[in-house]
Write a protein that binds this ligand. Sequence first.
Ligand SMILES: *Cc1c(COP(=O)(O)O)cnc(C)c1O
Length: 471
Amino acid sequence: MDAKGGPVDARELPSIGRLLDTADFAPSIQTHGRTRTLAALRAELDRLRACALAGELQRDAVHAGAIARRVGDALSEAAQPHLRAVFNLTGTVLHTNLGRALLPETAVQAVARALAAPLNLEFDLDGGVRGDREAAVERLVCELTGAQAATVVNNNAAAVLLLLNTLANRREAIVSRGELVEIGGAFRIPDVMRSAGARLTEVGTTNRTHPSDYADAISARTALLLKVHASNYAITGFTASVAAAELAALAQARGLPLAIDLGSGSLVDLTRWGLPKEPTVGETLAAGADLVSFSGDKLLGGPQAGIVAGRAELIARLKRNPLKRALRLDKATLAALESVLMLYREPDRLAETLPTLRLLTRPASAIEQQALRLLPAVREALQGKFDASVTPMHSQIGSGALPVDRLPSSGYRVRPAEGRRGGVSRLEAALRALPRPLLGRVADKALWLDLRCLEERDEAEFVAQWRLLHA
Ligand SMILES: *Cc1c(COP(=O)(O)O)cnc(C)c1O
């Protein structure tokens, strides 16, 4: 036998069978089951054997208790779901990487019910016959936008794909060069066109496109005029683009449909809450667009979905396309979307009932008050190693909505304390490693934590995370 603490020979490793039946492994078996515990133990013994062969295995590492502890840790780690709640302190309300819009409680309950019990998804309870899974959502979209008809698919990228494939397959769609956008996550209008089988006819220049550019490009091969909302950039300076109404008049005169990809597509005029102007779906249809497509989880504040609203005859063609079946919404999303759209029937209460609008309309003064109230807990957690100060900052709406406008907000600017070396990246990583990670932004040698998206009901959990921090 080696002296205590000396290297251990691989032959001295305890056998799997002997270990698994010791009391040390009972808790793991109880929590994770015998099969998973056995697999984790086997992996741990393989690791120890490799260490032993390298002459690096220490005696205290092979005690049953120590092995059981490491196996237990590995099992608990592996049992953590990959997806978990975080705190969005980035200042971007509709953050694509953090899941975009948050659903109101009513919609969450509707989803839970839809998933846990059978429902009349495609069953008409009045007639006792087969029903249309989209009917309720379609009625709501028409009611709220003035559209004749509507259809819904997996997301707005799918909506654009479906409408291009239905209306312009093997034919041409005309788009302004100033609108050949790339949205994050590899959605590029020219690529979607190609996937849809449509040929792209670019007109105008990057900064200026005139009605005559469209008019001159129209030929017998033209199937569609497409206008794309400049979601995530702005062209400023010497610019010109053709407004929806003017383009609609041209399309109508030439007997062509006009489709407009609105991107975010708000259902209500946001200026009534002091937010920047975004064209609404209703206005765009009223301006003469034949089809308008937009996302469910951007400004609308609902689940991920793509909605196309417009002329009944065109929507009927979209619904008949076999692609539609591949892109259709599942029952959970339909339930969430119906529930969120219902809230729009009471627009006066939207700023309370719809989380996206509630967050976007939080006044900077209220956010500042909150930041001051929670500051002592943050300072205590930082233990004098970092300074946190309440600072005015600017939030963004995000997800390609209103790209240039910023919302005055407030939060913490955190920097290394006077005389302390090192940057904030270690702190940023520590906040990211918390059970419910606190996600901010590093810029100008500081960590910026914008409190716009911290709702009052989450404050206790927010403070609890800081208490767990060992900065
Ligand atoms: C966001 C956006 C899309 C993609 O929408 P998803 O719902 O994310 O698929 C398409 N077009 C425009 C103009 C957008 O802003």
